[in-house]
Design a protein around this ligand. Structure first.
Ligand code: PLP
Length: 362
């Protein structure tokens, strides 16, 4: 069996070694030494001045919306994981969908301005599959209309654009360190901002809004993460370059083998590299995609329809809105298996099965 993804696990000894310290200190959570160590190591690795390690990528988004005191409408993408939209609704705001660019599969900046109303407070965009949004165009629009910008950078760990971390863009960027992501701490998330005031607010929000003994400064939540999660983050960070290199090599192998497949890859940002978080392909037709998916399924090979259906039409708590490009792309896109322990021979097998489907078609 080949699943669509498998979490990376560090050598058990690395993790156990970190846990021995936890047993000695008997300090299990509430920003313990391992959580602080992980934040320091991540700042160094990502070349960032500030970041906060939090519970997960969904709470990270909710904290971002709360800290920016957003109200009313938030412009967002229908082509993402459900948490991008649900966190807007959860925070009492209204998502306003803007369709994606058909090549990059990120929110189309050309269509953002038409969606702005007097009630718009922010833009929340996803760097889909780790492919950076057109951050400059989005910032220009935000500045012109005095909107805040949040990036859901859940897929974009380690991505740089113009030589700096993608997490530096927007008022706040968030990341997910869930077990299925490129880099993980079992569950976990990051909140990044360059603004010292916002950082203070976010730090307080993460800890119930507590401002010291017997005092509260803001409406908070439990956004902290535990020493056990931080230990996994620290153990995994040692291997991140190896993980990325293997995934990149596997992606190139797929691309070579699938050159003649009637399918395209997302068009990547010209000043950024693919971090190998996912291997999506947009097939020529939904029919061909479904046939390939079924063929792989019969061989016990997993795939995922990331992201289908469109968030603008699938959520029972929102009125459905047609998004022509998202509706079309989401029907045809399929993510193929990609993970550290996947072998080149397995990629060969997957590609052979897919090409066989296409060739039988002709
Ligand atoms: C995974 C993911 C999230 C949610 O992250 P969790 O850590 O699972 O809460 C949010 N947005 C996107 C785009 C994701 O892929």
């Amino acid at each position: 069996m080949i699943p669509v993804t498998k979490p990376f696990l560090p050598p058990l000894h690395d993790y156990q070694h970190l846990l021995e310290g936890v047993w000695q200190r008997e300090w299990l959570t509430n920003m313990g030494p391992l959580a602080s160590q992980l934040e320091m190591e991540l700042k160094t690795y990502l070349k960032l001045k500030h970041l906060l390690y939090v519970t997960n990528g969904t709470v990270a988004l909710q904290m971002a919306i709360k800290a920016l005191k957003l109200q009313g409408e938030i412009i967002t993408t229908p082509f993402s994981f459900v948490a991008t939209t649900s966190s807007i609704v959860w925070e009492g705001c209204q998502p306003v969908f803007v369709d994606i660019d058909k090549d990059s599969l990120n929110i189309d900046p050309h269509q953002i301005e038409e969606a702005i109303t007097p009630n718009t407070s922010a833009i929340l965009a996803t760097h889909v599959y780790g492919n950076p949004c057109d951050v400059e165009a989005i910032q220009r629009i935000a500045d012109k209309h005095q909107l805040k910008v949040i990036y859901d950078a859940a897929h974009a760990f380690g991505v740089e654009v113009n030589g700096k971390s993608i997490f530096e863009y927007g008022d706040i960027s968030t990341c997910s360190l869930h077990a299925t992501k490129l880099y993980h701490s079992v569950e976990g998330g990051l909140v990044v901002t360059k603004d010292p005031e916002l950082l203070k607010e976010l730090t307080s929000i993460r800890n119930f809004g507590i401002a010291g003994h017997d005092a509260f400064s803001t409406l908070g939540i439990n956004g902290k993460n535990s020493e056990f999660h931080a230990a996994m983050g620290i153990a995994n960070l040692k291997y991140i370059d190896e993980i990325k290199a293997k995934r990149t090599a596997l992606s190139q192998h797929y691309e070579e083998r699938l050159q003649h497949l009637k399918a395209v890859r997302p068009l990547w940002h010209s000043n950024s590299e693919n971090n190998g978080a996912y291997f999506p392909m947009v097939f020529e037709s939904e029919e061909l995609m479904l046939k390939c998916k079924e063929k792989l399924q019969m061989a016990e090979i997993g795939t995922r329809r990331y992201f289908y259906p469109s968030l603008a039409s699938a959520l029972p708590y929102l009125d459905p809105v047609a998004m022509p490009i998202t509706d079309d792309i989401s029907r045809r896109v399929l993510c193929l298996p990609l993970y550290y322990s996947l072998s080149f021979e397995e990629v060969d097998l997957i590609c052979r099965l897919i090409l066989r489907v296409q060739n039988n078609d002709n």
